[in-house]
Design a protein around this ligand. Sequence first.
Ligand SMILES: Cc1cc2nc3c(=O)[nH]c(=O)nc-3n(C[C@H](O)[C@H](O)[C@H](O)COP(=O)(O)OP(=O)(O)OC[C@H]3O[C@@H](n4cnc5c(N)ncnc54)[C@H](O)[C@@H]3O)c2cc1C
Length: 474
Amino acid sequence: MPANTPLRHRHHRRAASAIEALIGSGRATEAPEALAHYGCDWSRAATPAPAAVAFPQSTAEIQTLVRWANDSGTALVPSGGRTGLSGGAIAAHGEVVLSLERMSRILDFDSTDRIVHCEAGLRTRALQDYAAERDLQYPIDLAAAGSSHIGGNIATNAGGLHVLRHGMTRNQVAGLCVITGAGERLDLDRALLKDNSGAELRQLFIGTEGTLGVVAEAQLRLTSPPPPAATALIALTEVAVLGEAVGALQHHLTLLACEFLDAAAMARALAAANECSAPPSAPGYLLVEYAADDAAVAAWETLSEAPWMPSCQIASSKRQCQRLWRLRESLSPALAPLHPHKWDLSVRPARQASLLAGAERLLQEHFPNGEWLWFGHAADGNLHLNVLPDVAEGAAPSPFAERCQHFEAALFGLLLELNGSASAEHGIGLLRQGWLLRSRSAAELAVLRDLKRLFDPNGVLNPGKLLPATDTEG
Ligand SMILES: Cc1cc2nc3c(=O)[nH]c(=O)nc-3n(C[C@H](O)[C@H](O)[C@H](O)COP(=O)(O)OP(=O)(O)OC[C@H]3O[C@@H](n4cnc5c(N)ncnc54)[C@H](O)[C@@H]3O)c2cc1C
């Protein structure tokens, strides 16, 4: 079959029967409620319309299904916990969803090297709990950890709260077992700290959103547990001091997490968490977790003099600390029913104030009566912008969508000026392809297309995601 066959438009009757004939009964479904459930992710970027959902239970079964997809011209959408915010796991064109949810076993644990070998359908929280039971830590932590899968985290190179200490998911991956789009099994699993023997192929499958291969198994490094920690909520005199404040806090404290909320985000968070004791009013806040060591005590004496910090509340009990973190955690779930238009932006941390100032000007221009809020991982330079649809537009949302498009074009210009990114940690999926095309050179795009053809010559894996359909199919 030629690489440019438009697989997405082929409809496969009785795909579930074909799959069950290959891997066993009860392992596929075409039930309408299952198609709606498994065909969608958190972004709801398109209406789900898969042909079937398959539930492999082993790496060998994934390989069987990918080979069948190549033979039958069936498009597959690898699917984890479906918490993705870019539409990467959406199946809207008669694809077969390849759900990894029945592959959630921990296969091995090497306590000397602190490496867990697991199947890709293991939930992130389950791995965190497994690590904690052994006095260790799996440091990738995000509000979606209860639902997201390790395979989904790897495919999106998830970040979260502790990137400033431990890096993104990529940094924890010691080994992978992948089934490529061509149906080849690659055991990239030596789990060596040192192995300079040419290109490190496993990196190609991290952050490429299931377009080159299906992650079937992973070996992940656990870390030492964090030191005893304290939490503080810091008010800022103005958002323009954000970069300076983060720099000073990092200089004086051992920061473990550092989250920014602007005043609008704080107001929504207080309402969502049902928290009645509001912090003093301020244009912005930093919620920080830091090592509660002797140095921290001395550091606060210096920091309390900082002109950018009019007030600071240090949690005095575990309960107070949990209440402060609940503010941050409740934000995304509270915003979801309001269907905000989201942008996942990053710049070098010191340039955050320039990003905020430039974007504010554009927001005022494009949404003169609008409501928007900023929050995010300030020490990483990663800010999430949420613009809420204009309630007055009610049943006619298209003007809002159009304004978002125009705003986005201007925002991309600002990000290019600041050398930033419009896809910090949520991936490209369906929603951010405009940024990929605008930020990558023609030569880079050509290499990305070549990689797709190399690993997935028939275009069976996640067609139309990450690279736009015309790029993968044309
Ligand atoms: C409330 C909330 C908070 C969030 N916070 C953060 C955050 O702080 N940081 C962050 O980075 N993200 C965050 N996210 C986004 C999301 O949780 C991450 O992108 C997560 O890594 C997705 O994992 P998943 O298992 O849900 O993947 P899915 O949504 O199922 O899939 C995501 C992509 O990975 C592919 N995929 C899934 N499994 C596999 C596999 N086994 N092999 C190959 N490809 C696969 C899919 O095809 C798709 O392209 C948040 C989401 C929500 C809803």
